[in-house]
Design a protein around this ligand. Structure first.
Ligand SMILES: *Cc1c(COP(=O)(O)O)cnc(C)c1O
Length: 445
């Protein structure tokens, strides 16, 4: 813009026809998969050699899933861990362990993923949305306002690698006698002041799907604080009954007789998950270090704000959320940065406006907004036992703070393989856009 002869004039943005800062795509996210190697090969081979892919019995005594559960519980600092087939199954079994059903409200934040909501609705309960604060996680002030005599559980979701005021939320739930589930699918390995996320609640759930910090392709886990909840989750994730020591169904325990969801983990999956768990601290450290360097490189850009993270040393580091002053500026910046080459290859979702982040935003979940039925004649919003709760709505505008933050923020993945050069080029692109289009007025020239 303006005269291109002045030495002070900004370089032409790639968006406006100038040369981009970089042309090679950034590495894809999928943190755990970048670390696949010898350990994964060794452990999966052991399962193949023993011809024992099922966790409860086989030709040889299966050991992978049990080993994984022991090490996972120890890693988290929780007394019990149960391996399951996915994060969605983990949430479902956790809610079943708590007895959530028609007549219950389950509270959860508006920046989320479809799985926790679907788990609540499939069980016939009513989801109640709570606003988020600048940490992009559940706001305890709004939580206090949304609790009712029907609240059966609170799900705090540690979004995008880190958390908000989890200790405060846990204390509030304890005071009110309401069970807390932590959904740690996006933040496994993260901690707050030395305490692992997933060790604050009564139950915590995890996913090991490809996008998560550690991955077995599919997979998940549930940690429980009490043996009672652990046993109930165990029956729920399996066929509705506990198992004997020999791994056979025990049909004699009346207290634990119910309907299960068939979501066991296989020994092959457990072999991958175990190898990844042992690398998890390294995976998170790689992302955290890169994120810290990038934030340091961007520090001098006026008007750029980042998501609030109270303890950056415990951040798992997988995402950088940038908050812009207005939605229009967020839209322009993301477009301009992408034109400068700050994009991943096609399979990736990186450097996007958060409004394009699909079913991570409550009002982008079609089934929630339209309050869709689970099956014919089975719709929690038409169930008389939910009479006092059915007035809840889920359209855009329900959570003003969440809507505002999402409308003017961007999300950049921080793969653990970003090179020094990648970081410098990302920073160069940010500075180039900042020079051409300052975020705060009066800073140019
Ligand atoms: C990925 C994810 C899940 C679901 O995990 P799956 O293993 O894909 O079923 C649940 N909650 C959150 C917050 C997630 O990001």
């Amino acid at each position: 813009m303006r005269s291109s002869t002045s030495c002070n004039s900004p370089p032409r943005l790639a968006l406006h026809g100038g040369p981009p800062v970089r042309r090679r795509p950034l590495p894809l996210e999928f943190p755990g998969a970048h670390f696949y190697g010898r350990e994964e090969r060794l452990l999966t081979r052991r399962v193949l050699r023993a011809r024992s892919p099922f966790r409860y019995y086989g030709f040889a005594r299966p050991e992978m899933t049990e080993r994984f559960e022991k090490e996972f519980a120890q890693f988290l600092g929780m007394p019990h861990a149960l391996a399951v087939s996915s994060g969605t199954a983990a949430l479902t079994a956790a809610l079943m362990a708590l007895g959530v059903g028609p007549g219950s409200e389950v509270v959860l934040p508006g920046y989320l993923w479809v799985s926790p909501v679907s788990a609540v609705v499939r069980l016939g309960a009513i989801p109640v949305l709570v606003d988020v604060d600048r940490s992009f996680c559940l706001d305890p002030e709004d939580l206090r306002r949304k609790l009712t005599s029907r609240t059966r559980a609170v799900i705090m979701i540690h979004m995008s690698g880190s958390t908000g005021r989890v200790a405060e939320v846990a204390a509030l739930c304890r005071r009110r006698g309401i069970p807390l589930i932590e959904d740690v699918a996006q933040a496994v390995g993260a901690s707050v002041r030395g305490r692992k996320l997933g060790s604050f609640g009564d139950l915590s759930t995890f996913s090991f799907q490809l996008n998560k910090n550690m991955t077995s392709g599919e997979g998940g886990a549930i940690c429980a604080r009490t043996l009672r909840l652990h046993r109930r989750a165990q029956a729920a994730h399996d066929l509705g009954y506990p198992r004997t020591r020999a791994g056979r169904l025990d049909l004699s325990n009346r207290a634990l007789t119910s309907w299960g969801i068939g979501a066991r983990m296989s020994e092959m999956t457990a072999a991958l998950a175990l190898a990844q768990l042992r690398k998890l601290p390294r995976i998170c450290a790689a992302m955290r270090v890169r994120k810290r360097s990038l934030k340091a490189l961007l520090k001098d850009i006026p008007g750029l704000e980042f998501r609030r993270i109270d303890d950056p040393t415990g951040d798992s580091g997988n995402f950088l959320i940038t908050i812009f002053p207005t939605p229009a500026k967020a839209a322009f910046w993301v477009k301009a940065l992408r034109a400068e080459g700050i994009v991943t290859a096609r399979q990736g979702m990186s450097n996007i406006r958060m409004t394009d982040w699909g079913m991570h935003i409550y009002h982008h979940i079609p089934a929630l907004v339209m309050r869709a039925a689970v099956s014919d004649g089975n719709n929690p919003w038409n169930d008389s036992r939910n009479r006092s709760s059915v007035g809840r709505t889920y359209g855009k505008g329900t959570l003003p703070e969440c809507d505002d933050l999402i409308s003017r923020s961007s999300l950049l993945c921080i793969p653990p393989t970003l090179t020094r050069r990648d970081l410098i080029e990302i920073s160069a692109a940010f500075h180039k856009v900042a020079f051409a289009h300052p975020l705060v007025s009066g800073k140019r020239r």
